[in-house]
Design a protein around this ligand. Structure first.
Ligand code: TXA
Ligand code: MG
Length: 326
């Protein structure tokens, strides 16, 4: 037989709900918009659907996935909330916060989705995703909608270009407002640990928790923290104050690095130096500069406060040695 490439259908959120539901009920995967990045969603209780997610992403390993819920009641059927996690859910859900919690044995979540761990990452997305999960009545497992090692899709077009020959439907909700994955935290012995910086700044979480976040990995439990994860084809040079001929420039703020006129292409994450705007532009601008074919993308310094921590984290991964891609 001959292999015939098909391309995913792209439907706007307003007309996609029934089709997306039918695909999910049938154990298929669908790319959906969330406030952070697009997710490659499948029914978290269906092992075939979860396997299809890994297959479509081409993941070398079965990393644990985030289970997305419609409301607290659904979350409570899946995991056990301590008082601090409950307080954070109350403050930030729906929104770009993921909580890692003890997993209930009878949650119905397929073990492939949790990679066999006895904890589970939970998040309640805003908008279309929440509506879809409520209609399905079951949680959706959804990693970022990108092939393994590629940057997370923040527009339906980017998702379709990357995964369109492997999935049937991309739901188009426009560019995702946050532009970075969710912040992941976990309560450990009454203290709160930051497992992945993301769409909510650590300071905002600390203000609600009334305590500092612990930093640094504890053990092996977050494979997503692999050094290299987002890898453009170009090499990345970070924190540059001077650019070399032939480089593309990823700029930030109003003041340019020396030699910027020689850049073969330039994108400014935020002219105004606004870290929210910079976060929402990050992946699309890295992709755009990669497409001009520069051997190296030079990146101006980004401050570490607020969303700057997550932006610097993603840039460091993009710059990490490529033999570590996870
Ligand atoms: O914004 C987001 O979080 C997006 C959207 C689609 O919701 N999703 C996303 O999923 O970024 P993914 O699979 O690309 O990243 C999930 C992260 C991984 O780093 C994984 O290792 C971590 O969550 N994770 C999942 N379960 C975990 C657990 N039980 N303990 C610690 N880390 C966990
Ligand atoms: Mg990802």
């Amino acid at each position: 037989s001959r292999l015939v490439a098909h391309l995913a259908e792209i439907l706007a959120v307003g007309e996609a709900l029934e089709h997306a539901l039918a695909l999910l009920e049938g154990g298929d995967v669908v790319a959906i918009p969330t406030e952070t990045v697009y997710g490659l969603a499948g029914d978290a209780t269906n092992g075939v659907a979860v396997a299809r997610i890994f297959e479509a992403k081409g993941r070398p390993r079965f990393n644990p996935l985030i289970a997305h819920v419609a409301d607290r009641a659904m979350a409570d059927r899946i995991a056990v909330f301590d008082p601090l996690s409950a307080k954070l859910a109350e403050a930030f859900w729906p929104g770009p916060l993921t909580l890692v919690l003890p997993h209930r044995a009878d949650s119905g979540i397929h073990p492939l989705a949790t990679a066999g761990l006895d904890t589970i990452a939970l998040r309640m997305p805003r908008g279309f995703g929440g509506e879809l999960i409520a209609r399905l009545g079951r949680p959706l497992a959804a990693p970022s909608a990108n092939s393994s090692g590629r940057i997370s899709g923040t527009t339906a077009g980017a998702v379709a270009a990357d995964l369109g020959d492997r999935i049937k439907l991309v739901v188009d909700g426009g560019a995702t407002p946050v532009g970075l994955e969710s912040t992941i935290v976990k309560v450990e012995h009454g203290e709160l640990r930051l497992l992945r910086p993301g769409g909510i700044g650590a300071e905002e979480i600390e203000a609600v928790a009334g305590a500092k976040l612990l930093r640094g990995a504890s053990g092996i439990e977050a494979p997503g923290m692999l050094a290299s994860h987002y890898a453009p084809g170009a090499a990345m040079r970070l924190n540059v104050d001077k650019i070399a001929g032939g480089e593309a420039l990823l700029a930030f703020g109003g003041k340019r690095a020396a030699g910027w006129e020689q850049a073969i292409a330039l994108r400014n994450l935020s002219e105004a130096g606004d870290l929210r705007e910079a976060a929402s532009n990050l992946f699309a601008f890295m992709q755009a500069l990669d497409r001009v074919g520069a051997a190296t993308i030079a990146v101006e310094p980004i401050p570490f406060e607020g969303l700057g921590e997550a932006i610097n984290d993603r840039l460091a991964r993009a710059a990490a040695p490529r033999d570590k891609i996870g």
